[in-house]
Design a protein around this ligand. Structure first.
Ligand code: UD1
Length: 352
């Protein structure tokens, strides 16, 4: 069995790393393709190093562009690689443009596709990721879900139950693997109590009014505790484009995986619009306020520490007050978020 993995953007790397490792331990022949959707050292290389990933066998260097351009470019450049390497199965991860582009190319070449992190739905088609999830799941032959809601969504869409494998959360595999390293990171001038922020969704950062309003809320929060904000390149660009003054927030470069885990673990609260961070905070038991009105990861709300605040400043303020007063939401870790999801994926693949 020869498996080809396609990764492209930051949130893919921590999902693919444990699967690569689990398959390597079983002696499976593997090829790793990086589409180049993310290319900055801080968004890509540093994750490969820290997660112990092998260097990619192919880098398609597609770079940034509109959705159509980026998706098309990935498709055009990936097709010859798949034809040349002749994999028995291609694994794609999560919901980024690289994921959907690869699923389209491979299904047309009649190469089986496995989707890791299948079945998630925000039911919000204004999110580019929702389109990517729907198309990828429609085309995939094997759907590896992180939680039962994923199975339910897929069955509701008519996916044959035999294609669906509830394996748990691969992102948590990486967290469990590297948490001991994160615990060694020195606190280096970090205040006792701080809020950690990430922000990059187009719906939050591409519109000047919403970005200004969110940053105003964060400035307000910074009067109660230090706000540490590793800024995604897209968001940094928008802050500059819109001429916003965010000096009072501690803006830092995007953090490497281990350092970011350490920051999450030590935070009084994480304020984010990321998908994966909702899951990581639930695992770590750290309160998370999500700047979105919906989530494709409902277990983080029903079981975990996540609260959806959308763009409601009053809600953000009242939730922060609860946290400052010691009444933060507590939660439990969803089933199968245990550090062994990749082993379960590898076992399914080797039974094919
Ligand atoms: C992508 C994913 C999103 C994921 C996010 C994590 C899609 C549709 N979106 O969004 O689901 O949560 O990655 O980061 O696939 N840029 C750089 N350096 C880089 C990469 C990007 O400067 O290494 C800048 C470019 O200006 C680029 C912009 O960031 O235009 C956006 O990058 P892009 O890959 O289009 O989407 P993300 O916002 O990163």
């Amino acid at each position: 069995m020869h498996i080809l993995h396609v990764v492209g953007a930051r949130p893919n790397f921590m999902k693919a790393a444990p699967v690569l490792r689990a398959l390597a331990a079983r002696g499976t022949s593997q090829t790793l393709v990086h589409t180049g959707q993310h290319y900055d050292v801080s968004m890509s290389d540093v994750f490969f190093q820290q997660l112990g990933m092998p260097e990619s066998d192919f880098n398609l260097a597609v770079g940034s562009g509109s959705h159509a351009k980026q998706t098309a470019e990935i498709m055009v450049r990936l097709e010859p690689t798949v034809l040349e390497t002749k994999p028995d199965l291609v694994l794609v991860y999560g919901d980024v443009n690289s994921t959907m582009a690869a699923a389209l190319v491979c299904s047309k070449l009649l190469v089986r596709v496995g989707h890791v992190e299948a079945g998630l739905r925000s039911f919000d088609r204004t999110m580019p990721e929702e389109i990517n999830r729907m198309v990828t799941d429609r085309l995939a032959d094997l759907l590896f879900t992180p939680s039962e809601d994923g199975d339910r969504n897929l069955k509701n869409e008519g996916v044959a139950p035999k294609k669906i494998h509830l394996v748990g959360n691969v992102m948590i595999d990486s967290l469990v693997h590297l948490l001991p390293e994160a615990m060694k990171v020195p606190r280096n001038g970090l205040p006792e109590r701080y809020a950690l922020v990430t922000l990059h969704r187009p719906s939050n950062v591409d519109d000047s009014e919403s970005l200004k309003s969110i940053l105003a809320s964060l400035l307000e929060a910074s009067e109660r505790m230090t706000v540490i904000f590793p800024v995604h390149p897209r968001t940094r660009q928008r802050i500059a484009d819109f001429g916003i003054n965010a000096e009072k927030l501690r803006l830092i470069e995007p953090a490497p995986y281990i350092e970011f885990l350490a920051l999450q673990r030590g935070a009084a609260v994480v304020i984010t619009d990321s998908g994966g961070i909702q899951e990581e905070t639930t695992y770590l038991g750290v309160p998370c306020l999500t700047l979105r009105s919906n989530t494709e990861r409902p277990a983080t709300v029903t079981m975990g520490t996540n609260v959806l605040v959308g763009q409601d400043r009053a809600k953000l303020r009242s939730e922060l007050t609860k946290i400052c007063d010691g009444h933060a939401k507590t939660g439990a870790i969803p089933p199968l978020w245990d550090g062994h999801a990749a082993d379960r994926i590898a076992d399914v693949l080797l039974r094919l």
